[in-house]
Design a protein around this ligand. Structure first.
Ligand code: FAD
Length: 810
């Protein structure tokens, strides 16, 4: 195999692969070794591990653990000085408290410090400027270049070859697979190629015919002249003794360089770099990834640095540069094997911080078939087509740069570009005052302002400031109307596939956990597992005809998974039908009263049973109706072609006026589904969980013939789960949390929250959480940590609402 690029990612990957026995590895690098001229050659190496993403935190933690145990000729690859993040505003201070919770959830040791304690760690800080700090003693500084060489030496000792001054100029394929890498020095045959080319990733991608949606951006870094108080404190070997430091309110970070201070700034205007303008090694003044320092862009940051660290008044900026690094539209790396060109893999847009963790996960993926960390947030196939457009990548990645240190709410939608994808119901949603959030380019109503008035009379507990953002009491009225009368939910943005052909049934039997050999007209809830038995997705599969199935999936990764596994003989056709169709969920006790008068088809309980599907006409519109409900009420998902969607919505809306029909958004939907205990894949469960502990074992038919992941489940199916996903009911109804908060028992921090919402029907605040089995029994008292406060809660029996399913089966 060939790895392109000997930066921190390429070197780490060579080490991880050779350690796993893949020793026929060649790393090609266009620059010299190991100061190649890429981003790793100039990275100051700060490693702050705590991140909203569990996967990124785990990657960073592995990087620290690995580099801490490594040296290069006795010089350490990691300097464990700790990390300190400061708050100078109350908003940031609240965010650091939240971050302390995140760190605890993901197992990172941390503490909140008062200003005096911060100054004890960093005496240069102006104590009057700060409100407090978040201290992570296990963070520190990675010496990226040393770590590159140390890992490369290990790989070389196991048989890997590193070729300097070999520029990749082409990728060749044969028989639909990658076959070789063409360099300016000759051709290297390869069955597997990993592009770890950093900011040059899109160029390598083009050679392989693969979109690499990242944007190279300049980011400023400067060093001061000598700071008197540091003289004699550090030496060349231990360049720093104080924690690496973040002052995010001014988009700044700091570290010591022996007796100087290094300052990184994200405060400047976004400076996207055209790859054509990145100089070659020969033409570069310093190195290809280093552009000239634009001092005027740094000036405001320098003033902010002086405000925080007044002792810098006696210094000045001695040197600086505009370094180039990669940004993606969602701030996450790009990992995985291209489907367009099998054998061609990506490991790109990776920080030094996450480098070893990403390399380990990719090596596991290559060697064992899947990583043990869930990487769906990093998978290169996560994007929809509209998200791969160059202008989109440019705009979103530039915004990601601006927001890199911002306090971001988990629901906060991107402001631009918007209205990329809208359902046929969009004009009506606008008329009803929909408040839209965005997902995968889709505009999705979160609530409707038209329902705010109806909420006025309802008793909705006051929630905290954070949980009040991107929320409206209108959601309470929508939830109430769903349980009381009938509501329309736009389900169009949820991806749906058609799988058809003479091999379709066998294919689905093999791919999914539930029994698919059912009568046409039957719907099944089922799972996709990976080979290790982890939950890759959950699906609803409707067998519409003998050889035709419609499948509700969780996104592009499911499409990718099916396409990869589909037999090559043409017996199975997998088609994404999302764009040409739409879906309205009609749910509530009056759903039948709404739908039946509009149709000559039988929508009675007898004529249209639970988990059944049929073609029908509603108000003259040809539809496929499925009697399923993610909110726990009588009703149907009604699918139609997009062109007749608006007519369908209008007909239902008009006919529903006498029944109190209401439009419902995602906010109400989320509350209703949690009352019923319905899982959301990616949030509540991932590949890291098996179906039994996740509470979806009912969808696994171990007695069915073999299916992907079955053999890995045999043991788990016979055992009691060691952990469980369970609902917590908060003691106080106003205690609404958001997800990812740590859960404590007397034994300490034992788990974390996945999804949370106020349950408007049960009048209680709900938080689903992963807990060890011995803390998961109903009645167990726990605390949820929220903004550094302990909120008491109790593990409850699920489902929290209508356990007899009486409301759905009528
Ligand atoms: P690179 O190190 O760029 O390696 C890619 C390699 O591919 C290069 O050596 C290149 O020469 C080679 N290559 C490209 N094209 C070809 C080709 N056609 N043929 C052969 N070889 C090729 N991250 C942190 O975690 N902490 C920090 O404190 C930090 N600070 C930063 C400060 C600045 C100013 C900048 C700009 C970035 C910083 N980063 C930091 C980010 C970090 O530097 C990068 O994310 C990381 O180094 C990327 O590593 P890489 O191996 O993917 O890329």
């Amino acid at each position: 195999m060939v790895i392109i690029g000997a930066g921190i990612v390429g070197c780490s990957l060579a080490d991880e692969l050779t350690e796993r026995g893949w020793t026929d590895v060649t790393v090609v690098e266009k620059g010299p070794l190991f100061a190649t001229g890429g981003s790793s050659s100039h990275a100051p190496g700060l490693v702050f591990r705590t991140n909203g993403s569990k996967a990124l935190t785990e990657f960073a933690d592995y990087t620290v653990r690995k580099f801490r145990g490594m040296d290069l000729d006795g010089a350490p690859c990691f300097l464990p000085v700790g990390g300190l993040e400061l708050a100078t505003t109350s908003e940031r201070w609240a965010d650091l408290q939240r971050k302390h919770g995140l760190a605890t959830s993901w197992g990172i040791g941390s503490q909140l410090l008062d200003p005096l304690e911060c100054v004890e760690l960093w005496p240069t800080i102006d104590r009057e400027r700060i409100l407090g700090g978040f201290h992570t003693p296990g963070d520190g500084l990675a010496k990226a270049l040393r770590a590159c060489e140390a890992q490369a030496r290990r790989a070389i000792a196991r048989g890997a070859v590193f070729l300097a001054h070999h520029e990749v100029v082409g990728i060749e394929q044969r028989g639909g697979r990658v076959s070789s890498v063409v360099t300016d020095q000759g051709v290297l045959p390869a069955d597997v190629v990993v592009s770890a080319a950093g900011l040059w990733g899109p160029r390598i991608g083009r050679m392989a015919g693969v979109d690499v949606p990242l944007l190279p951006m300049a980011h400023q870094y400067a060093k001061t002249t000598q700071l008197a108080e540091l003289v004699g404190v550090n030496d060349e070997r231990h360049e720093l003794s104080r924690p690496i430091l973040r002052h995010q309110d001014a988009d700044l970070y700091f570290r010591e360089h022996v007796d100087r201070i290094g300052i990184g700034s994200y405060a400047h205007r976004p400076m996207p770099v055209d790859l054509a303008d990145v100089p070659s090694s020969a033409a570069a003044q310093v190195m290809p990834s280093v552009l000239e320092f634009t001092a005027e862009d740094f000036e405001p940051s320098w003033q902010d640095a002086l405000d925080l660290l007044p002792a810098l008044q006696d210094t000045k900026v001695e040197e600086g540069f505009n370094g180039i690094m990669s940004f993606t539209t969602d701030g996450m790396p790009l990992m995985g094997e291209s489907r367009e060109l099998p054998g061609f893999w990506l490991a790109e847009a990776v920080w030094v911080t996450h480098s070893a963790g990403v390399a380990r996960a990719l090596a596991q993926w290559l060697v064992d078939g899947q990583p043990d960390t869930d990487v769906h947030e990093c998978d290169v196939h996560r994007f929809e087509q509209v998200q791969l457009d160059t202008d989109y990548v440019h705009e979103r990645a530039s915004q990601a740069f601006v927001e890199v240190y911002d306090v971001l709410h988990p629901l906060q939608p991107a402001e631009r570009p918007r209205q990329l994808r809208v359902s046929p119901f969009y004009p009506r949603q606008q008329e009803l005052g929909a408040y839209f959030l965005e997902a995968h380019g889709w505009e999705r109503p979160h609530w409707y302002e038209s329902n705010a008035e109806a909420a006025e009379g309802l008793e909705v507990p006051e929630r905290g400031a954070w949980a009040s953002r991107y929320w409206s009491p209108a959601a309470a009225a929508e939830a109430r109307a769903t349980r009381g009368q009938v509501a329309l939910y736009d389900m169009t943005p949820l991806k749906r596939l058609e799988i058809s052909g003479r091999g379709a049934l066998d294919f689905l039997q093999h791919m999914t956990t539930n029994q698919m050999a059912v009568r046409p007209g039957t719907v099944r809830y089922t799972l996709l597992l990976d080979e290790a038995g982890g939950v890759r997705s959950d699906l609803t599969v409707a067998r519409l005809e003998r050889d035709r199935f419609q499948i509700g999936v969780n996104g592009n990764l499911d499409l990718d998974w099916f396409l990869r596994h589909a037999p090559a003989d043409g017996s199975v056709v997998v088609r994404d039908i999302t764009a040409g169709t739409c879906c309205v969920g009609v749910w509530g006790p009056l759903a039948r009263d709404l739908v039946q008068p509009l149709s000559r088809d039988d929508f009675s309980h007898k004529g249209f049973g639970f988990f059944k599907a049929k073609h029908a006409r509603i108000a003259g519109v040809p539809v496929t109706a499925m009697r399923v409900s993610y909110v726990g009420e009588l009703g149907w998902e009604i699918y139609a072609d997009s062109d007749v969607g608006l007519r369908l919505w209008d007909a239902l809306w008009e006919a529903g006026q006498g029944l109190g029909v209401t439009a419902g958004g995602r906010s109400a939907f989320n509350s209703l589904r949690l009352e019923k205990g319905y899982r959301s894949w990616g949030t509540d469960m991932t590949t890291e969980h098996n179906p039994f502990e996740a509470g979806v074992g009912f969808a696994v038919r171990m007695d069915k013939a073999d299916f992907v992941g079955r053999s890995a489940l045999v043991e788990a199916a016979a055992e009691q789960p060691r952990r469980r996903l369970v609902p917590l009911l908060m003691d106080q109804p106003e205690h609404v949390v958001m997800g990812k908060e740590p859960v404590h028992t007397a034994d300490g921090s034992v788990g974390y929250v996945t999804s949370a919402a106020f349950g408007y029907t049960i009048g209680r605040s709900i938080a689903y959480a992963w807990l060890p089995a011995d803390a998961a029994a109903p009645g167990t008292r726990v605390d949820v940590e929220y903004f550094a406060e302990r909120l008491p809660a109790t593990v409850a029996e699920e489902p929290l609402f209508d356990p007899e399913m009486a409301r759905i089966r009528r």
